[in-house]
Structure formats: C-alpha cells, structure tokens
Write a protein that binds this ligand. Structure first.
Ligand code: ACM
Ligand code: ZN
Length: 765
C-alpha cells in the first residue's frame, strides 16, 4: 500500500466510525459532541465508584452484568487499571434528577449525575454503542461528550396482561426494552373482565376463579362464544406477590416504576366471577372469554358498602406491594345500565343527592381516591373519571383523544396523554394488509414520531400539568410474545424520542438512520419487529377546482411508483416526482420501492370519482360523530371513495339519520344520485335500511326522486354498497339525501342498540 493511501485510510476510518456510531443513540441526547478516538472496554478496564452509595452499586451491578452477557469482560470494581469507567454522584444544577453528563476519552469514561437514575441512563447510552449479543467484536465506545436529560417526567408504556396473560419472564423482557430507551413508567393493567392477574392474600378466590377463563384463544376476540355451564376454564394465570416483588425490583434497577392498574368500577367480570355478591345482580358467572358482554355483569355495585370494603382490602395489599406514587383505578367504559336497574345503586343516589349515574360513578371514584390519599398515594384514572365531577386530587389519563387531558389540565390537574391516535400500539402500523389481525385503527411509526404531547389548546402554565405520555398495548388481539414484540417495535422507540428529546432536536430522517442500527440488534436478539410501513400515503388535495394527489412513503431512501389504470405498479410504472392531477374517474395504485425492489404486501389504492358535486359544501341536519369526521366537513364531495379502513374517509352517524343537503352552486343538469355506505359487522357499522333522494330547483322546495332499500344481508361481515337512483335528466340546484338510522341486528353483540351509519361519497351525475 502506498504511504499516501495508508494515511488517507487512517484519516477516513475514525470519521467513518464516528459517523456510524453517532447513528446509534435513541432517544437523541440533548447535547452530543463527537470527538476523535475510541474507548475500548477490555480486560484492562475497571469501574470506579463509591461503594458506600447503594444506588451506584446497583447501577454498576446492572452494567457489569450487561457487559458480561456480550463479552468475556468482567469489569472489576475500583481496581487500578489502564482504563477507567468512573461513575460519580455530583451536584449538577441543569440536568435534574434523571439527567447525566458523559465524557469519553480513549483512557477514561467520566459519567456523573445527580442521582443513581441519571447514572443508569448514562450507562444505557454506553450500552447502545456495544453489540446487542455476545460476539467476538471489540467493545468500542466512540469518544464524545454528552449532556442529557428528559423532556417529560412520565415516559410510559402500558401492558394489558388480563386479555392475554403474559408470564414474568416476558414482562421482564418488556422492561428491558423500555429501559434501553429510557422509558420510566410501566402501567401494568392487572385486572379486567377476562382475568384477575394479581394474588390478593385476603381473597384467594380472585385468582383461583377470576384468573381462569374458558379458552377460545383460537377465535378473534369479538367472535368468541361465552363460557357455558360445565366448561372448564383452562386459560389464564396470575402473578404471586413474590413474583410481583421480584418484577418491581427488576424494574427499579432499570429506573422503571410500575404503576399497577386495579380496574374499577367497570371491567371487573373476573372479580364478580369470584364474588358474585360484588355486582348489582349478584348472579354467578365465569370470567368473560372475549368481547361478548351479553347478560354478563361487569360492574361493581355502587350501592353496596361491602364493595368498598373489598376494594380497600385489595388496595391495601396493592399499596403494600407497589412503591409507586400513583395507583391506577381504571374508571373507563362503565356501562351504567346495571346501576340504573339496581335498587341499592338508586338508593345510594337518593341518599347522596346524586342526579344521575355519572354522578354515581364520580361518587365511587372520589370515595376510592379518599382511601388512596389516606395511604399517601396519588390516584390516576382514564378520562371517564371526569364525568360527573373529577375527584379532588386525581390525575387523568387521556385516551379518548386529548379532550379529557385538555379539560383536566385547564382545571389544574395532572395529565398523562395516551390518545388512541397515535398512542395505541394495539392498532395496525403498516397495513392492515399483511399484518397480524389487530383490533383496528392505524398508527404508523411516523404518526408516533410526530406526536406532540402538549396540545396547543394549553397555555404555558397549563402545559406544566402534562406529565408526559404513554403507549398502550391492549392484548385482545395479541396472543403471542412474537406479536407483542411486533406491536411495540419500533413504535416504542419513536415514543421514547418524543418523550425524552427536546422537540427542536427531533429529526425524522436522523431517527430512521439510527433505527436501522437498532433493527440489527433486534435481528441479533431474535426480536420480531415491524420493518416499516411500506404503504404509500395517498393524500388528495382539491385546490381551485383541481384534484391533486400527493404520494409519500415513510421508508428512508425509497421511491414511489404509481399507475392510474388499475394495474399493479412495477419499476416500469410512472415514478412519482410531484403531485399527480386527477382528471377523470380512476383507480390510483402506488407502491414503495427500496433498493430497486417493489416492497410491501400490496399496493396502496385509491378510487377517485369525478362528478357534479365535487368541492360543494355538505350541510348536515344532524352532526357527524366527533369520532368519525374523516378528513373534514366535505369528505362526501371530495372525489375520494372510502375503503374498508373505518378510520379514514367515512363520516359516521350513530342513533340519528344522516340528512345531507348539498347546494350544487348553480343549476346543473343531473340524472342520478348515489350515496356510498359501508357495512362492517364487527365494528357495529351497518348499511342503512333505506336511502331516499330529493332534488330542488331553488334550494327550498325538494321533491323525491327515489328511495333505495338495502339489498345486503345484515349478517354480512364487510360490504360496500352504493345506494343509487336514476331519473329523467333535469335541472337542479340542490340535492338532499336521507339515510335512516337502524339498530344492530339480533344475534349481534350490540343487538337492539344503535348501529353506525358510515357514508362516503355522494355522487351526483
Ligand atoms: C381504554 O382503552 N379503554 C382505556
Ligand atoms: Zn348496584
């Protein structure tokens, strides 16, 4: 080799290494400076720290064990060595009680923090540079200096172990993953209708009976039959108090506080299975097998004092076990019908002067809060605890969007943000085509990465009440460890960066580059992760009477190919370079290509229709549900047809007729009107019984031009149908469409209750 070439390579190598290694840290530190050189951990390296500090001792134990798992290095403590990793507790004013300062030179690593927690985070940063598994590779840490601390105090992940019981070893693995990315709160959902998972010494029946259900894991959640007399409840499990103590200690070593959720007053069919006298009806039952609640009791009776004594006994044991400042009491989705029909509950309402069942719920929660506060703990609950009046010191977990969190923060209550979009990690992330069956919804990695936990509705004072956010993992549809891994990896890493890194330091491109390194680690460890959302985003925009479509992909360094003739895109199709104009009714199909290969399970697809009402305002007599607003008020006239994805495109109505009036802007000659509707049995969405159409020449007087009855069977799982009427061509200024609301059919879990109407698009020709 020539001398010149050798010098050149020597110069390049470290640069290449720093570039590669700065691409490793998630979440991105507050301040990071790379320096030339490497610190290599080997047999000549020891750890220096004050042994009398028990927190430091614990942190060193955690680190040396992690290093021993990937190498032959044993890292002796306080031994004179060539190379030192020095840990110290200091008094550093700007980094708070979780921050750390790290300085790496070829001879020494200095890590200091105000607390053991900061030291553990610094060590986690070091570990991210090292191999994920045992290899022969050198343990190299690039020279650098970092000052780092979190943006939010509550950096949470939730885990539902009731719908699917998750054994202690997998819970620890979940904790390991959280800890690696500096998350600090595990919200452990230990109680629900389908299983009581925590041993309570005073009430062994809770787990003897309540932890076991008749096994229908082979069927999707909403299709599972209820348990029948004589069947054996063979599926389930629970944690003994000893196991729980062990998991709490394991988590604490990794800076993770476990917040236990002991659900009440609803979602407790499992407790009622053990103690029927806790419900309003007091009838015997088994825990639920899935989502079928027909004739099952799932609430505690709010009129029975014995219920509160029982809850206090349970919470006493829970509080003795869990050192967490917060105790989560659930509070979500209470179906108050049982309370309406219960003499004791109605008596309680009279005695306590409660005007409705919402106030009865509030009475319940306030009474429990008083007990929790008497034990010097704080109560947290889902946002339904706002209904009927919030308990005086409660912290609110906002899941039905951010509205509950905003309301609570404005009342100066602490808040944790977990809005379904994008914090529910039980939703699809890259499909749904090609992904394991999930509960629904669609939260991509990008949506999680873009999440801002402080809503703009809050001023800077109110914003202080937002403690942070959390990713929720409900397990109705997650029945294996591999699937659990897939649902959280990598969305959990995006959330970790949202919660730790200053908003101004976030960078989607940099995150995806760093993520690629994490993926290698996942592969080495055999963790099942979602490689990415290859589905192309199709975003229509109508401007100045033109319909333009943006196509984008979340995949780094990828291209998009598309067709407008319904054919499947290939590398020979048109390559996307800028907005595509839609000029006639077409089907657009688009695919992501990475490394010259079309990727993804199937192309993204969008049908566009051109018609006479495009761009016209839709005037509804009854408002669209706040949950299903599609992409705005004129979604029915934007030329974009709804697909089977219920979360997009469709305007939803529940319990009321859809009555839509559309002014065509001028007299137009028309001869047909159609309304597209969706049926999705599992989601309580049914085609309307009939749709009527009217037209008007002056926008005031309307006359009928047809009524179309629904021809599709009510038991059909999924159907899209255009209710369409044709008539002799006429001059028209406005049209009106009425779709009749209906009830869920016999045999459906919602039989007799209001069905949803989902509609998109009104097509006028
Ligand atoms: C919830 O998702 N029911 C809190
Ligand atoms: Zn009752």
């Amino acid at each position: 080799m020539s001398k010149l070439k050798a010098v050149f390579i020597l110069m390049l190598c470290p640069v290449f290494l720093w570039a590669k290694q700065t691409e490793s840290i998630i979440p991105q530190p507050v301040e990071l400076k790379m320096k030339p050189g490497l610190f290599v951990i080997d047999q000549n390296t020891s750890v220096e720290f004050d042994r009398k500090h028990t927190g430091l001792k614990e942190a060193v134990g955690f680190f040396t064990k992690a290093v021993a798992e990937i190498s032959a290095c044993t890292l002796p403590a306080n031994k004179k060595s060539e190379k030192i990793i020095a840990l110290s507790i200091a008094d550093l004013p700007t980094i708070g009680n979780e921050g750390y300062v790290l300085d790496v030179t070829p001879e020494k690593i200095n890590l200091s923090a105000n607390t053991k927690n900061g030291i553990v985070y610094g060590l986690q940063t070091l570990l991210q540079f090292l191999p994920a598994i045992r290899t022969n590779a050198a343990l190299e840490i690039p020279c650098l200096s970092i000052t780092d601390y979190p943006r939010f105090k509550w950096r949470g992940m939730h885990l539902d172990v009731s719908r699917h019981f998750i054994g202690p070893e997998v819970v620890k693995q979940y904790i390991d993953l959280m800890a690696a990315y500096k998350l600090n709160t595990l919200h452990w959902h230990l109680v629900d209708d389908t299983g009581w998972r925590i041993e309570i010494k005073k009430y062994p029946q809770l787990t003897d009976i309540g932890a076991w259900r008749v096994d229908h894991t082979d069927l999707p959640w909403s299709d599972r039959p209820q348990a029948k007399q004589g069947e054996t409840p063979g599926y389930g499990g629970f944690y003994t108090q000893e196991q729980i103590k062990d998991i709490i200690a394991y988590a604490a070593e990794r800076n993770i506080t476990i917040v236990p959720e002991i659900e009440m007053p609803g979602h407790v069919a499992s407790a009622i299975a053990a103690f029927p006298e806790l419900s309003c009806t007091q009838k015997t039952q088994l825990p639920l097998t899935g989502g079928n609640y027909t004739n099952m009791a799932s609430n505690y009776c709010a009129g029975n004092d014995a219920v509160f004594h029982f809850i206090e006994d349970v919470l006493t044991e829970v509080i003795d076990l869990f050192p967490s400042e917060y105790i989560h009491i659930g509070g979500d989705e209470v179906n108050k019908d049982a309370w309406k029909h219960c003499e004791r509950c109605q008596e309680r309402m009279k005695k306590e002067n409660l005007k409705d069942e919402n106030e009865l719920q509030s009475y319940f929660i306030k009474r429990v809060e008083k007990f929790i506060v008497s034990k010097n703990r704080k109560m947290i609950g889902w946002d339904e605890i706002l209904e009927g009046g919030l308990a005086p010191e409660a912290t609110v977990m906002s899941w039905r969007g951010e509205a509950g969190g905003i309301e609570a923060a404005k009342m100066h209550h602490d808040v944790v943000m977990t809005p379904g979009k994008p914090c529910y990690f039980d939703h699809y992330q890259a499909g749904p085509a090609g992904e394991p069956l999930a509960i629904g919804g669609f939260n991509t990695l990008k949506m999680v990465y873009d999440y801002e936990p402080i809503p703009h509705e809050l001023d800077s004072d109110e914003a202080k009440y937002v403690l942070g956010a959390q990713g929720n993992v409900w397990t109705e549809y997650i029945t294996t460890t591999a699937q659990l891994e897939y649902m959280v990896l990598p969305r959990m890493l995006a959330l970790a960066e949202v919660l730790w890194t200053p908003a101004g330091n976030k960078d989607w491109t940099s995150f995806r580059i760093r993520l690629k390194n994490q993926f290698k680690g996942f592969e080495q460890k055999g963790l099942n992760y979602c490689p990415g959302n290859y589905s192309v985003h199709i975003t229509p925009q109508s401007t100045n009477g033109k319909l333009l479509v943006d196509l984008s992909t979340e995949i780094l360094d990828a291209e998009v190919y598309y067709t407008l003739d319904g054919s499947t895109p290939t590398l020979e199709s048109k390559k996307y370079t800028g907005p595509v104009e839609i000029e006639s009714s077409v089907i657009l199909k688009a695919s992501t290509a990475e490394n010259h290969q079309i990727k993804g399970y199937q192309p993204a697809e969008q049908k566009f229709v051109m018609h006479q009402a495009i761009g016209q305002a839709v005037n509804y007599t009854n408002p669209v549900s706040k949950y299903y607003q599609a992409d705005g008020p004129n979604s029915l006239t934007d030329g974009v047809r709804g697909t089977e994805n219920v979360g997009k495109f469709w305007h939803g109505f529940s319990g009321e007729d859809l009555v839509a009036t559309i002014d065509l802007g001028e007299m137009k000659s028309i001869k047909s009107i159609a309304l597209g509707c969706l049926q999705k049995y599992r989601d309580w969405i049914f085609l309307p019984g009939a749709v009527s159409f009217e037209v008007s020449a002056d926008g005031k007087e309307f006359h009928p031009v047809g009524t179309i009855k629904n021809p599709v069977d009510r038991n059909t799982e999924v159907a899209q149908f255009d209710f369409s009427t044709s008539f002799a061509e006429q001059q028209v200024r406005a049209v009106r469409i009425v779709a009749k609301s209906s009830l869920c059919p016999e045999g459906h879990p919602g039989a007799g209750k209001a069905a949803w109407i989902f509609s998109d698009e009104v097509i006028v020709k």
